[in-house]
Ligand binder design. Structure first.
Ligand SMILES: C[S@@+](CC[C@H](N)C(=O)[O-])C[C@H]1O[C@@H](n2cnc3c(N)ncnc32)[C@H](O)[C@@H]1O
Length: 263
């Protein structure tokens, strides 16, 4: 099951990357009441994206704006889990400056091609895109100051493992500052079992309290989940009855936590 999910997610995001390479905008979740992509549209303001390669903005498939909410400082090491076309890695790289480093990690070759092309256009030298899975992060223990991620952890079939890996690579005192889709209350089984809604970042969304529990189980403290955008879906992108059932209960959220400092 978890291998099936991973392969289907990879195919969906390889297609999205190929669209971007062809000059089209990718999309993430089903259509919403706005007649647009309620999950990924209008996440960044013009001041933030000014100076970024157009391909990085076109490839944006997130559900939030983690670098606008995360407190990043010069000289820090940032890791973006599921970095896609690289928009948040390039934004982080500007914030941490030449003495810092921004890593992007993604399992999809086509997305890594888009991200590395964007890095070259941005002439960002403090950036490195790594191929790998967020369930097995290819970095040593205690090597990262801040973990960011944008609409990716919901896609994993093993979220507990992702959070344990995030904890492992963070330095003591390091921060987890992630945008993700979460839900409040029960989500109908028909939604949970839809592969289309899984790859669209809805079916795999953790319930808010469950997210906090998994973070605490991994060892994190100072945990908070703050809704940033509540989604209203229409039958245009999702079955009519299901749309009504989940509208208003699925949301983009900013999730913060900290690995305790050494005493
Ligand atoms: C919804 S897109 C978000 C991309 C990017 N964070 C953004 O905001 O544009 C999900 C990305 O995560 C990657 N991804 C999904 N599951 C992954 C996993 N288990 N390990 C590594 N990458 C993964 C996909 O290849 C894709 O590029």
């Amino acid at each position: 099951m978890s291998q099936d999910i991973k392969e289907t997610v990879k195919e969906k995001y390889a297609d999205a990357a190929l669209k971007v390479l062809g000059g089209e905008k990718g999309s993430c979740g089903p259509s919403g009441a706005c007649g647009c992509d309620p999950v990924s549209d209008n996440l960044y303001d013009a001041a933030q994206t000014r100076g970024l390669p157009e391909g990085a903005v076109l490839a944006s498939l997130g559900c939030g704006n983690p670098t606008a909410l995360a407190d990043l400082h010069a000289g820090e090491v940032v890791l973006d889990l599921g970095s896609g076309g690289g928009i948040d890695v390039l934004l982080s790289a500007k914030r941490v400056g030449p003495t810092g480093k921004a890593y992007g990690l993604d399992m999809t070759d086509e997305m890594l091609t888009v991200a590395r092309a964007n890095q070259a256009k941005a002439a960002a030298t403090n950036v490195e895109f790594l191929k790998g899975e967020i369930e097995n992060i290819p970095l040593p223990d205690a090597s990262v100051d801040v973990i960011i991620s944008n609409c990716v952890i919901n896609l994993s079939a093993d979220k507990a493992r992702v959070l344990q890996e995030a904890f492992r690579v963070l330095r003591p005192g390091g921060r987890f500052a992630v945008s993700d889709v979460v839900c409040r209350g029960e989500v109908p089984d028909a939604v949970r079992h839809s592969m289309e809604l899984w790859v669209g970042c809805i079916a795999g969304a953790l319930e808010d309290n469950e997210y906090q529990r998994l973070l605490a189980d991994a060892g994190f403290t100072e945990i908070s989940v703050e809704p940033t955008r509540v989604y209203e879906f229409t039958e245009a992108g999702i079955d009519n009855v299901l749309a009504r059932e989940i509208s208003g209960r699925v949301m983009g959220a900013f999730i913060r936590a900290r690995k305790p400092a050494l005493r």
